[in-house]
Design a protein around this ligand. Structure first.
Ligand code: NAD
Length: 339
């Protein structure tokens, strides 16, 4: 039997979620509109009971849908987990399937947004925009130490050539870069349109001046950037991770920043990000020593999971999430169901 969804509780809500979801909901025919409750809280084992009385939960990247959370949702008759993001590594799919909860997601809300942010991070690392900004604010117009190198003709290694990886490759093509990629499922667009070359991971490590990560977090991709892979890379390599924090072994990266193996590192995602990201902690003491150490390097830039954060992406997230639920209510197959 298809679940019928009317009342939705949102976790980890921000004001932009309320704005974009409310606007799209109001544009639906009255009979298809939903009733929303917006909570600030993150969904986890301590907050799962707050879903009582709702048909669906709407969650984001750092909410946690472990097996015990799903058991609580099931016991409270919540039928649908609607991810307002692409990644689903935070949902125990085995448990949701076992208990019959549907899981839907937004497979692509704006690959351009993430790809553009990845390039912005590479450019900032290379041309030291973050340092230049601070200098001129202080009236210091000295450019000593701000020099970079041309991206033109440099080799960029793209790991994961799906939607975001290919958008990023297209930007690199515009820069006149030599593009190599690794993906167990080669993409025709990457070969035919980008004129990218698929190589092994070891060839990426050996050849790339810049490495950009665009793979999902899975057991086989966890810590793919680690001490061993870093040691095979070119001295001074630039690495940007806009994908998921645990693709990079932070402790081993810190050691390679200290010995200057890594020339620049920019991360929009962090292994322990659920404790920090999307919150104003400026009045708190940072107790995460790895994050604190990362923030001391002048050649490390951290952004707080904002790569997706454009008007176009927020519009697409609200539209696709609610359309997924409309499809479920119509009783048909939802094309964005995670199976
Ligand atoms: P996608 O599914 O289109 O592409 C992922 C690609 O990774 C696929 O081509 C797949 O074949 C490839 N892949 C799978 N296993 C691999 C492996 N072991 N090695 C190399 N490649 C492998 O996904 P996408 O839309 O391009 O998103 C990529 C990732 O970006 C998401 O999984 C998510 O973690 C991240 N993301 C981040 C943000 C952000 O705001 N920072 C926003 C959206 C997505």
């Amino acid at each position: 039997m298809q679940p019928s969804v009317k009342n939705i509780v949102f976790f980890s809500t921000k004001n932009y979620d309320i704005k974009f979801f409310s606007a799209y909901n109001a544009s639906l025919p009255p009979e298809s509109q939903f009733s929303f409750t917006f909570l600030d809280e993150r969904l986890d084992e301590t907050t799962a009971k707050m879903t009582a009385g709702f048909d669906a939960v709407c969650i984001f990247v750092n909410d946690s849908c472990t097996a015990p959370v799903i058991e609580t949702l099931h016991s409270l008759k919540v039928n649908v987990i609607a991810l307002r993001c692409a990644g689903f590594n935070n949902v125990d799919l085995k448990k949701s399937k076992e208990l019959g909860l549907k899981v839907v997601r937004v497979p692509a809300y704006s690959p351009y947004a993430v790809a553009e942010h990845a390039m912005a991070l590479f450019l900032a690392l290379n041309r030291k925009t973050h340092k230049a900004y601070n200098r001129v604010k202080e009236g210091n117009f000295d450019i000593n130490g701000l020099y970079g190198f041309n991206f033109y003709k440099k080799t960029v290694g793209i790991i994961g050539t799906g939607k975001i990886g290919c958008c990023f490759a297209n930007i690199c093509k515009g820069f006149g870069m030599n593009i190599i990629g690794y993906d167990p499922y080669p993409n025709k667009f990457f070969i035919d349109e980008i004129q990218g070359k698929y190589v092994s991971l070891d060839e990426i490590w050996a050849q790339a001046d810049l490495i950009s990560l665009h793979v999902p977090l899975m057991p086989e991709t966890k810590y793919m950037i680690n001490g061993a892979s870093l040691d095979k890379m070119k001295n001074g390599v630039y690495i940007v991770n806009t994908s998921r924090g645990a693709l990079l072994n932070t402790k081993e990266a810190i050691e390679r920043l200290k010995n200057k193996k890594i020339g620049g590192l920019a991360i929009d995602v962090y292994e322990q990000e659920e404790k920090f990201f999307f919150k104003d902690l400026s009045q708190e003491i940072n107790t995460d020593d790895d994050l604190a150490r990362l923030l001391t390097f002048h050649n490390v830039i951290v952004t707080g999971h904002q790569a997706f954060f454009t008007k176009e992406a927020l519009t697409a997230i609200s539209e696709v999430t609610l359309n997924n639920l409309v499809e479920i209510n119509r009783g048909g197959e939802c094309k964005n169901e995670v199976k």
